[in-house]
Design a protein around this ligand. Structure first.
Ligand code: MN
Length: 245
């Protein structure tokens, strides 16, 4: 396997699942961006930064993007699409000094080989969701959606969000969590990765695997009205979860 293109030697910060819309998280996020410039030069946003994205032309979240753009002039900001904001284009984010990476991107942090994902593909037991994902990630669906009037797109996005909330209420907890077999096969496919960092499930935790494959899985926490959460890696101290408000 090719060596990763992103090699970080000093520090990095990872966040996901902020689900920004017009809520209290937005103010916390703006503060966090200021704060993060003292923490690291490398910020990774692993999806669902925004609660929905209906097309670049909607010019949504201008305040947040302006702050990201300013930060991106001095720092490296990377983004992986989540299941809510997968319609953001590489071109649009590039204008805002953010680099979009593929889901399943391998990077190195010091001597660690690390795999980054949003995490929705790990929930492979949720067949309804995986079917839905296949549909909305297709060019046909996206072209059709983006051709609609803005108002209609916003209505559809909100409907989809409500539908998914309702569906998840009726699903057993294990169905909407990650599938361990899928995780193991992704680790094997990305050998010699020994750390997986993802979000999506909103179940912040550190999972240590010592069976067939030896690796660590960090699940990023979500953000709420009172606080944000992030994972920081520093060359000297290693990994640590922290909260911010
Ligand atoms: Mn998600």
């Amino acid at each position: 396997m090719k060596a990763p293109k992103i090699n970080i030697t000093d520090s990095a910060v990872f966040i996901s699942d902020l689900h920004l819309h017009d809520n209290a998280q937005n103010a916390i996020f703006l503060n966090f961006l200021k704060h993060s410039s003292n923490l690291t030069k490398n910020l990774f946003i692993l999806g669902d930064l925004f609660d929905y994205w209906v097309g670049d032309d909607a010019r949504m979240y201008s305040k947040e993007l302006k702050a990201l753009k300013e930060l991106g002039e001095q720092k490296s900001i990377y983004f992986i699409h989540g299941n809510r904001d997968f319609l953001i284009t590489k071109k649009y984010f590039k204008e805002n000094h953010i680099t979009i990476l593929n889901d399943e991107t391998r990077i190195s942090l010091g001597h660690h080989q690390v795999l980054l994902m949003h995490g929705d593909t790990l929930c492979s037991d949720d067949l309804d969701y995986q079917d839905f994902r296949k549909k909305v990630r297709s060019k046909v669906w996206q072209d059709n959606f983006l051709a609609k009037e803005l108002d209609e797109r916003i209505t559809i996005a909100k409907d989809l969000r409500e539908q998914s909330k309702k569906l998840n209420l009726n699903k057993p907890e294990n169905i909407i969590d990650v599938n361990e077999t899928t995780i193991n096969s992704i680790i094997e496919k990305n050998f010699p990765v020994e750390i997986l960092i993802h979000g999506h499930t909103h179940r912040q935790n550190t999972h240590q695997y010592n069976d067939k494959n030896k690796f660590t899985r960090f699940v990023l926490g979500d953000w709420n009205d009172n606080q944000g959460s992030y994972l920081i890696w520093k060359e000297e101290q290693g990994f640590e979860f922290r909260t911010f408000n």
